[in-house]
Ligand binder design. Structure first.
Ligand code: PLP
Length: 401
């Protein structure tokens, strides 16, 4: 077994592997982005993507990575010097906070231990203290990809209501959209930020912002300079399915297919599949005797599991061994967690057998790297998958019959 033989296992928490159906959709001749065929494509994806965000409002699609969509959320709604509340859930919350500071926002960045999500009670208390309503936005990462911790957005919205505070709620769903239940309208989120290369199973290159009426109203009066990211420039041509500049046409072909795939399976089924695979992964980690980074079961991520390395063992060396021997990429520990955790992605086009292969690679890699652990993680995951399988085995029934 060596690198280059067999299929590569891309088990990082995004970009996730692109299904053949989407690859085929992308692999078409480019079309005139001002012509009638594009109009149909544009209308189809601009309408379809709303069902994924669960919103009836506009979703702006940029040719960008997720970081671009972060910037769009900030520059379209806030003004220099505005106070915002952010929570240090991990690496990505920290980066968004750095961007907010660069845009001249006054960030109240509540420290966190990178093992828990954003605490609704803490947010409620912070907002209740702010009697002048000087906090203009609460900005939270839904699924913190660096830690495998999912914050409870519905509870955060309730906390904001309890504090009776008018701040905008902005949520980064970059690694949760299309994998974890998310409801832009029902949870009254004002700006939801996302991108293409995780739960939507597309290559990197599309950024999204879903926009509430309140956020749209804020964009009419806020004072942040912008041009490329300006929602109003986008929304005008979007009304007819077009874009103000050359769109990422072939990624939009892929997006049309991705939306169809998610709706064919059913969003609830997609979310349940992610939950099932995540639970089986945790069963494996526990059986190995290793520690899961996330400390709060209510916040376990359905998308990825971050695993702590036993003291004295380097997670990056382990990942290199897994890549070389078994042709599998696992996620690295980021910044504060470099070398001390590795991350197993179980999102997008992932099923029971892909997961078992992934976990087998981890288990063999732990042995190859001399990392102390107990055997039997894959068996524990298989038992968990069986235990959670609601359907009676048709094979057994047929054999019995
Ligand atoms: N936010 C989260 C939660 C992420 O996982 C990522 C990337 O992995 C980003 C933001 C940045 O997105 P991008 O790398 O597409 O710019």
């Amino acid at each position: 077994m060596s690198e280059g033989q067999g299929r590569h296992f891309l088990q990082i928490p995004g970009p996730s592997p692109v299904p053949d159906r989407i690859l085929r959709a992308i692999g078409q001749q480019v079309i005139d982005h001002r012509g009638p065929e594009f109009k149909k494509l544009g209308q189809n994806v601009l309408e379809g993507i709303r069902t994924i965000f669960k919103t009836s409002g506009p979703v702006v699609i940029y040719p960008s990575s997720g970081t671009g969509a972060w910037e769009a959320a900030i520059v379209n709604t806030l003004s220099p010097g505005d106070k915002v509340l952010m929570i240090e859930t991990g690496h990505f919350a920290t980066l968004w906070q750095q961007m907010a500071k660069r845009w001249g926002l006054d960030v109240d960045f509540v420290p966190g231990d990178w093992r828990h999500g954003a605490d609704p009670k803490l947010i409620e208390a912070r907002l209740a203290e702010d009697r002048q309503h000087s906090i203009k936005a609460v900005m939270v990462v839904h699924n913190e990809t660096s830690t495998g911790v999912t914050s409870r957005i519905a509870d955060i919205r309730k906390a904001m209501q309890k504090a009776n505070h008018p701040a905008l709620l902005m949520v980064d769903t970059i690694s949760s959209l299309g994998s974890v239940d998310y409801r832009h309208d029902e949870w009254q989120v004002d700006v939801t930020v996302s991108c293409s290369q995780k739960g939507l199973m597309l290559p990197p290159g599309l950024g999204f912002t879903a926009i509430s009426e309140k956020a749209l109203a804020a964009s009419k009066t806020n004072r942040m300079p912008r041009s490329y990211w300006d929602w109003s420039e986008m929304l005008k041509p979007n009304a007819n399915g077009f874009f103000p500049y050359t769109p990422a046409t072939n990624l939009l072909f892929g997006l049309r297919e991705a939306i169809a795939m998610l709706l064919d399976e059913g969003l609830d089924q997609v979310f349940q599949r992610h939950e099932r695979l995540a639970a089986a992964t945790r069963a494996a980690v526990r059986a190995w005797g290793l520690e899961i980074l996330c400390q709060s079961p209510a916040e376990y991520s359905p998308v990825l599991t971050a695993v702590m390395m036993p003291a004295g063992h380097d997670a990056d060396r382990f990942r290199q061994i897994v890549l070389k021997k078994y042709n599998m990429s696992l996620g690295a520990g980021l910044t504060k967690l470099a070398g001390t955790v590795f991350r197993i992605g179980h999102l997008g086009e992932c099923n029971e057998l892909v997961l078992c292969g992934t976990l087998a690679g981890v288990e063999m890699g732990l042995s190859a790297a001399g990392v102390p652990h107990r055997a039997g993680g894959v068996a524990a995951a298989m038992a968990d998958l069986g235990a959670n399988d609601a359907e009676p085995s048709s094979g057994l029934k047929a054999a019995a019959g």
